[in-house]
Design a protein around this ligand. Sequence first.
Ligand code: SF4
Length: 364
Amino acid sequence: MSHIASSPPVRAATRTVYVGPVPVGGGHPVVVQSMTNTDTRDVEATLQQIYRLAEAGCEIVRVAVPDAAAVQALEALRPRTPLPVIADIHFDWRLAVAAVQAGADGIRINPGNIGGRDRLARVVDAARARGVPIRIGVNAGSLEKDILERHGRPSAEALVESALRNVALVREMGYENLKISLKSSDVRTTVAAYRRLAREVDFPLHLGVTEAGGLIAGTVKSSVALGALLMEGIGDTLRVSLTRDPVEEVQVAYEILRAAGLRNRGPEIISCPTCGRCEIDLFSIAAEVERRARRIPHPIKLAVMGCVVNGPGEARHADLGLAGGKGVGLIFKGSKILKKVPEDRLLDTFWAEVERLVAALPAG
Ligand code: SF4
């Protein structure tokens, strides 16, 4: 593989906006976001989920603000959350204003459904007063009527036209503290739309595929769309949408960023698919290693291999690895075998070595 192929993507030049203390754009690391799926009005449940998201590496969290009770909840939880909070608002400009005043670190509005120029101006004034960024979130499902009629469908061109129109509107109001997203559930439309938009503006871009689906379909769609864009240097922050626990969205987001060569958080686990040579229950061991590894922020490389025939050889770049045998297992470091243990002690012995390795590293 050439040196060029393994270099990280060259990022598109964008401005920096701050969501709370977190910089987005301007060449800063691509920021991982997620969104709570608790009832925002249940402050304790929402906070618990935010703590779990923060532990998983989420850097900005978005909460739905559908009514005045949710604004009150936002005000109550904001001082206690470890992450900056973005209020997600649809339809009601008054909620957007109230959310900003309640302490939101950012707001996401869909200009197509916020109720026209005058109402948008009120939202912009509120954001300006507190220096809070606005994400203009254009969604294929709620494009302005005239744009949809002209294009006939929510095409990439239609999404970009809507975004540019709304960005121009907010800029005319003298506000430039903006991020932009263009969400479609179609991968090719998403990629084409962001590519086009990236040529037109230098505001930070928030990437995502909307309504992406469950774990497998959602991961694949997000990986293809976000992966393609990130590899071209497009995108300053992202959210992977899954019909799942949002903690899994964060895990998938980091794997996409790792694969794209942009971020390296937490252990990379290399595991073999097993074959007829495997004589241990590798699937259970790999699942447990993956579960335990989620608590480690350090970018170490672990290998979980089915057999000694190929295991250590295939995983020689791992910091630590295990390989199965007949009723026994090997623990190896690079190509060197450290220990041979009975199968029933393989996982725990391996994990003790991982913890020893991590303890010797600087804090992650
Ligand atoms: Fe098969 Fe061993 Fe390779 Fe796993 S490491 S796929 S068990 S040969």
